[in-house]
Design a protein around this ligand. Structure first.
Ligand code: MN
Length: 329
């Protein structure tokens, strides 16, 4: 009985969860739905939290080797498994899980957009606004309208989620607000979190721009373990902001407990190409999109990784090209 929704703890992940529940699991909401918030680097572990016997829905998780194997192996415990994703790097894994799950995959701008298009969902204005919000969170230009409300919602969801992306209770609160068609940016809990996140973010931006190395079109910066711990969920947002502020591609390296993570942001759409090149040279697993991607490496001293990156980046910058205009969506 019931359903488990395992979803990415970011802006489009939480909106996708709302939309899926509203359209397909409404009768089960809230008491028969088990929410599991996760991130691609730990999704293979979090998938084990799905209640056996429940329908399993996996939303907005960039597939990789470990996640595909986990989905295949736990699929026998669930009467129905649905996987919906839009990440470019998931494509090679779609065929591997198709025998175990219904896979809805397309390189759409966001997972909510993919859901709406794939199922030809009729959307009311509130739902339609949230799908636009998800697209903007994923890097699309905001819809050209004088209406500021979409941008306010983008800001409040993105920042409040980033404050602690693993907090399933807060995710439940957000989904509740959406199910009740509430104004998200006016909710006190959301506002408080977003405000705290912004304070932290301004501190973090100062740290990463002070400690950065400039390569012309690219900026490389790094965070040691204590700093990266203190700012946890905000690092992706900070990399995006930094990239916008300097109009440069940003490569942000951080140390975590048991790994090193490299976040890449690029308005010039080289993030994925660059991540692939970094991973080919330094190892690890990479994933994401042309504008936003990341590489996860094993534990290594930060200065060693930064040293290798500096050697790697200089020749890459001259060889890499941004896609031609015609290749852009
Ligand atoms: Mn996402």
């Amino acid at each position: 009985m019931g359903a488990t929704v395992v979803f990415h703890g970011d802006c489009d992940g939480v909106i996708a969860t709302y939309l899926y529940i509203k359209k397909f699991l409404r009768d089960l909401y809230p008491s028969h739905i088990n929410l599991v918030v996760t991130h691609p680097w730990r999704a293979h572990v979090d998938l084990q939290k799905a209640q056996p016997g429940s329908e399993l829905i996996v939303l907005d998780i960039a597939l990789n080797d470990r996640i595909s194997s986990a989905i295949a192996s736990i699929s026998t415990r669930h009467p129905k498994v649905v996987v919906v994703d839009h990440h470019a790097t998931s494509e090679p894994f779609v065929g591997r899980i198709q025998n175990y799950a219904r896979v809805i995959y397309s390189k759409s701008t966001s997972t909510p957009r993919l859901l709406a298009q794939y199922f030809s969902m009729p959307l009311n204005p509130y739902e339609s606004l949230l799908v636009d919000v998800a697209d903007v969170c994923e890097g699309e230009a905001p819809p050209s309208t004088d209406d500021r409300s979409a941008l306010e919602v983008v800001d409040s969801i993105r920042m409040s989620v980033a404050f602690n992306p693993g907090d399933v209770e807060f995710m439940r609160h957000l989904i509740d607000l959406m199910m009740k068609t509430k104004n998200i940016h006016q909710d006190e809990v959301v506002r408080t979190r977003a405000r705290r996140a912004k304070l932290l973010l301004s501190g973090l931006l100062r740290v990463i721009s002070e400690d950065s190395v400039d390569f012309g079109r690219l900026k490389l910066s790094f965070l040691s373990l204590p700093v990266s711990r203190a700012f946890a969920g905000l690092i992706g947002v900070a990399a995006t902001e930094l990239s916008k502020a300097y109009r440069k591609t940003v490569v942000l390296v951080r140390e975590e407990q048991d790994k090193v993570v490299i976040t890449v942001r690029s308005a010039e759409r080289w993030a994925l190409e660059l991540s692939k090149a970094i991973s080919e040279s330094l190892g690890g697993v990479y994933g994401g999109h042309a504008e936003a991607s990341s590489i996860t490496l094993g534990k290594e001293p930060l200065e060693v990784v930064v040293g290798k990156l500096i050697k790697l980046i200089e020749p890459l910058i001259t060889n890499l090209r941004a896609p031609k205009l015609g290749e852009l969506k």
